[in-house]
Design a protein around this ligand. Sequence first.
Ligand code: ADP
Ligand code: MG
Length: 468
Amino acid sequence: MTKDRYTVWENCLRTIKSSIGAQSYKTWFEPIKPVALDDAVLTIQVPNKFFYEWLEEHYVGLLKATIQKELGDQAKLEYQILMSQANGERQANGNGGRGHSDSSLGFMPDAFMNPFVIPGIKQVKVDPHLNKNYHFDNFIEGDCNKLARSAGMAVAKKPGGTAFNPLVIYGQVGLGKTHLAQAIGNEALKTNKSKTVLYGTTESFTNQIIQAIKNNAVNEFVAYYQNIDILILDDIQFLANKVKTQEIFFHIFNHLHQSGRQIILTSDRPPKDLEGMEERLISRFKWGLTTDLQAPDLETRIAILEAKMQHDGIVLPREVVEYVCYNIKDNIRELEGVLNSIAAQASLNQRTIDVDLAREVVRKFVKEAHRELTLAHIQEQVAEHYNIPVDKLRAKTRKRPVVIARQLSMFLAKNLTNKSLKTIGEMFGGRDHSTVIYSCRAVQDMMDTDREFRSTVESLEKQLSMAS
Ligand code: ADP
Ligand code: MG
């Protein structure tokens, strides 16, 4: 009775399955199709050249033994590489005789067209697309990033050689994900120039895939990525709902991971909260280390700002640094934006760098969302500071301490919230907008002439902006 190729291959698979890990089996054997059985020659189809090379490198002994068990000592294995499905299943066939079930088995396709790889050169120099300005030296350490930073450093020193694979860094926008991920790439290259590092945004990755699909070059695309020693993919939340991109990334991920290459991913949320993402991908993201970047505390913000000032050659008075860092809390990019903006105002408009200028600039940066500060809260704080009942601020009293407290509350309300003059006036016993303007001017005048009053205002401001 002659055996058919399906039965033979199924029997082989059973043996293989019992000899290797479930994960490897799934990745490397499930996608294989038996395409022909001719005497003792079994031809199997593999998705791409790397697949073939991987099997050759890692499973040749196992394959040989299994196939011989099924088909006898004369058994041979031949590969067929699927070039492109979109191309009517065009297949590359072996050259020069039958394959053999030893390490010289298989073949190289006649024309392995790869737009990403220059023919004849095995290791193509890949442009890592790294920004040289992002390195560890200027990634200030704080409690907010300690674990992520040291895991990143470990990965850079020993890519693929730690348990942190993949290294997933997540955190909100502007907290340093891109900086840290790129610092790892730069550091790894510093230690070992021959490593192939590639940084890419998920957006560019997706666009390349679309391009590859158009050009029938998906296999080549995958092969190109499978050459990478350290792959950094930034903002993977943008993979959401992109089924084809996820599928291709899945294969690349598996290949890289199995061959001990390093994968670094960033995301704006923890993997488990990624929506529109295949479960099998999410579960792989959890294989390594998932670590977050949190908003930096005040001391770290000050250290970051000072480092940036030194780098840019900008000098800010201490109280301006503090004012800025008190007010810009959860986005380091905004912190830098404020610094640049203050520097620009100072040099272009000849402004003195002081807290007044900082306040103006900060107000432009701090978004509505950051300032949930309510007028009532301001009133309470000021009343408490002056030790007067809060309702006095809304009453008609003209007693001096109450008037000052009231004016100051209006001033703070105007500066720390986005409420209109009209709304502010209403909250102070139905006063009109001109009263609010007048109060603000009075406070400003007093601040200019009375240092003690000025410091009271500034400390209340700090206190309030820290609470918001
Ligand atoms: P994300 O990718 O998380 O949105 P980025 O990496 O783009 O954030 O960081 C925003 C800006 O803040 C960058 O200019 C970066 O250099 C800076 N930055 C973030 N974290 C730090 C840090 N710990 N030390 C110094 N600069 C930092
Ligand atoms: Mg980023």
